[in-house]
Design a protein around this ligand. Sequence first.
Ligand code: NAP
Length: 515
Amino acid sequence: MPTTLRSYLQDRWIEGQGPLATLLNPATEEPLAQTSTAGLDLGAALDHSRAKGGPALRELTFTRRGEILRVWAKALHAHRDELIALAMANGGNTRGDAKFDIDGAIATLAHYADLGSQLGSLKVLRDGEALQLGRTSRYAGVHLLVPRDGVAVHINAFNFPGWGTAEKAATALLAGMPIISKPATSTALVAHRLSEIGVETGALPPGAFSFLCGSPGDLLDRLGPQDVVAFTGSSQTANKLREQLGRRGVKLNVEADSLNAAVLGPDVQPGSATWDLFIADVARDITQKAGQKCTAVRRIFVDESQLAAAQEALVERLSAVRVGDPARDEVTMGPLSTGAQLRDIRAGIARLAAESETVFGGDGSVKALAPEGKGFFVGPVLLVARDAAAAKVMHTDEVFGPVATLAPSASMAAQLVRRGGGGLVCSAYSDDRDFLRELVLSVAPYHGRIYLGSEKVAGQTFGPGTVLPQLVHGGPGHAGGGEELGGLRGMQLYSQRVAVQGDRAILDAIAPAAI
Ligand code: NAP
């Protein structure tokens, strides 16, 4: 009998009643756990967070809030192997994929812990300098960022249960908002354990942290204008939430789909450091986490003269991938997370193949190193679009698996990148500054982040798929229009910006400037 996961509401662990959802190992289809949120009193949970968690956090200085994050990060580090094992079992992650998620969670918490200690004894952030408004400097105005007086509801996608939970928690708690964190049900084991470890530290003030393990029930219908929903997931769910929450005046941040592009500059020659970086980054992005990464490269634009060599180099990399159960040492790419994902991705590959030529991986069928007939496996697939300007699917459908389309772009690379309708990250590889300047300025309005790969930085980049807490994450249009992280910028989602004008000495007493 698989264990039943509990939610953490009103500072206690509690089991839902009624129909249970089952969490599987996607490589073996073995049931691992079950969960339900039916019958849980979400109204009381929200009241508790608002009445206890918000005031308790707002009372703490940034240093103290940062300490909570530091203690949590250290506790996760102490349980790192256990969390990695859970990610491998429930997420279909290889060990490397699992480390990417768990270490990302720890590093992001630690980064925000550092920001907390840098902000010191302040409790409220100033946005910019005080401005003289009167005849003398005595009469002034200042913009403050104060924590919103509600609850931050965090809804995460299935693909990063560790990092997704931690990055949202870090920014909200440092900003001074209590949270209710809801993981995707299918891969909730990591988020559940990460939450247990956080609670076990004893560092979280009462009401500051809650965890809802399964369906959100009527939680969102109970939110109001002081609350925030930070959502990561598909565009379809995002659209439902926009409608549901817009009516209620709830602040909503959406991190959704993205048709991330990689562009190779015409100057880059096969065998150069920049070329090798491009091939390594793109091949990693296609296969890491079986392509179930919101930042993964989906479209690859090269010059016609580079097409054959790029195709050959990528096919060589993809041919070396060994798909199977991540519990086996020789496996380098695991399964997709769910059966539903497998069906979606197989259908997506067929749609892409209708307008492009498949040069590797066929329809995604694969003989996996796994128990016969079990698991949600798909092999890596590379397609080539001879006419990327005429193609449609490659620019509109996010096929959320190990699948990418390569295309000659001639001088139209920037236009083709923009056809994605707004992305999380665009990567460009070149040592030609003029080419990069033109490309960056042309695609910048359509992206949250741009990654430049060149000879001089080839040895020190993390690849475009790695989201860093120092830099903003999110993107316009298709990508959801949201923004998270970016150091202190990430706290703005959880804050009200208020202009306060009056006697400068009184303003200083209310909210001192940072030293
Ligand atoms: P999803 O089906 O939209 O689910 C995302 C989350 O929303 C899950 O926690 C899900 O809960 C919840 N949910 C579903 N319907 C809901 C509703 N009506 N009300 C409230 N919550 C609801 O997406 P997914 O399949 O998990 O994730 C894959 C997608 O996420 C991909 O498109 C990927 O690009 C995107 N993604 C984006 C980012 C980013 O940072 N931009 C990062 C990762 C993933 P249940 O699991 O309980 O149904």
